[in-house]
Design a protein. Structure first.
Length: 178
């Protein structure tokens, strides 16, 4: 079964980055034991990632070794090349969301992690998200990059799991009602 999934954190007021694109606030809840907050089980449930250009550039800005061991597809109309060290790990893709998903599914990628603010919004606009896992960090940013945008129609989801991590972060998982 094909499934497009989101795993993302946002502020209480629904932002995924502050007004300057910063995400330092994601670490505002102490995590001395470096708990993964459900990320590793989520990653085990997907077989590819599809991320937007800005998210790709943000990951590159961390200055760490490439953190993904699954194929990563970067959806961009502006990028024309990837760093040489990521050949074989990252592929640039273009096209309309439904066409892109169909091509990835045809290649055997049926459990796809959709990542990046505008990418998630676009895929929601086209009703291409089957599962949302949202971790709410207990901060109010007041402004920034919102998780959700305008939709052409209402989308209904069912809450299937709710967990609290570190005594403060509420993580809810929703499945799209179809």
């Amino acid at each position: 079964m094909n499934k497009n999934k989101v795993f993302i954190a946002c502020s209480l007021d629904g932002y995924i980055a502050d007004r300057n694109g910063g995400i330092d606030w994601l670490n505002s809840v102490p995590n001395p034991d470096q708990e993964d907050l459900g990320y590793m089980p989520f990653m085990e449930s997907v077989n590819a990632l599809l991320m937007g250009r800005l998210t790709f550039e943000k990951v590159l800005s961390f200055g760490i070794p490439w953190p993904y061991d699954k194929p990563v597809f970067v959806w961009s109309s502006k990028l024309n090349e990837i760093p040489v060290e990521l050949y074989g790990k990252v592929e640039l893709v273009k096209g309309k969301p439904a066409e892109l998903i169909r091509k990835l599914n045809d290649k055997g990628y049926r459990q796809i992690y959709i990542d990046g603010g505008r990418t998630i919004q676009t895929f929601l606009e086209e009703d291409l998200i089957d599962e949302l896992t949202i971790s709410r960090i207990p901060v109010l940013l007041g402004d920034g990059f919102p998780l959700f945008g305008e939709l052409p129609a209402m989308l209904h989801f069912t809450l299937v799991r709710s967990e609290v991590f570190l005594g403060q972060i509420v993580q809810d998982t929703y499945i799209r009602k179809r």
